[in-house]
Write a protein that binds this ligand. Structure first.
Ligand SMILES: [Cu+2]
Length: 176
């Protein structure tokens, strides 16, 4: 809800400025049209907070970290698009916000229990996409030197099999 409150306040302030300008202009009408073009778009406000970055053929988007329920570990979610014509793979990650960062996948055991395990590589096929999300591939940040809470930003360095490294800022967001 906070972003909406901020947006409303910003819009109200802009409206006040436009009214003041219109008053100075003695009814020329330009103030009203200026306030229209300056209005922020409300589309994608949630996604706009998530981090994105690009390097070479790789484009990272939607990077975020759910506010950890357990202070010792955190998950990292994002997507990677490969616009090139060669297969690539996420082979590791690191951040100063965690002593250890692993690439995990989520598996379902024969008994139906969900378990996580580290993987050497998460494929990013040529022309395809790798999605790190709850219940699938994800980053696991372990041994956090400091608690993470909503409002913090974590810079993740992603290592790819092609030799490309991508730094992306991932905000810590409250779980919805
Ligand atoms: Cu995990």
């Amino acid at each position: 809800m906070t972003p909406f409150t901020r947006r409303t306040l910003a819009f109200a302030a802009a409206g006040t400025a436009a009214l003041a300008l219109a008053g100075c202009g003695q009814g020329s009408g330009t103030g009203a049209s200026d306030s229209g073009t300056g209005a922020p778009s409300g589309a994608g406000a949630g996604d706009a907070r998530k981090g994105s970055a690009a390097a070479g053929d790789l484009k990272v988007g939607g990077a975020w970290i759910p506010e950890p329920a357990n202070p010792a570990t955190a998950a990292g979610y994002l997507s990677v698009r490969n616009s090139g014509d060669r297969d690539d793979a996420l082979v590791g990650a690191e951040t100063s916000a965690a002593a250890t960062t692993e690439v995990h996948t989520t598996a379902t055991s024969d008994s139906g229990a969900k378990t996580m395990e580290e993987v050497e590589r998460a494929p990013v096929p040529a022309g395809g996409e790798l999605v790190l999300e709850s219940g699938s591939y994800h980053l696991m940040l372990m041994e956090l030197p400091e608690d993470l809470s909503a409002g913090d930003t974590v810079t993740l360095t992603l290592h790819f099999d092609s030799g490309t490294d991508v730094d992306v800022d991932a905000p810590v967001l409250a779980r919805s």
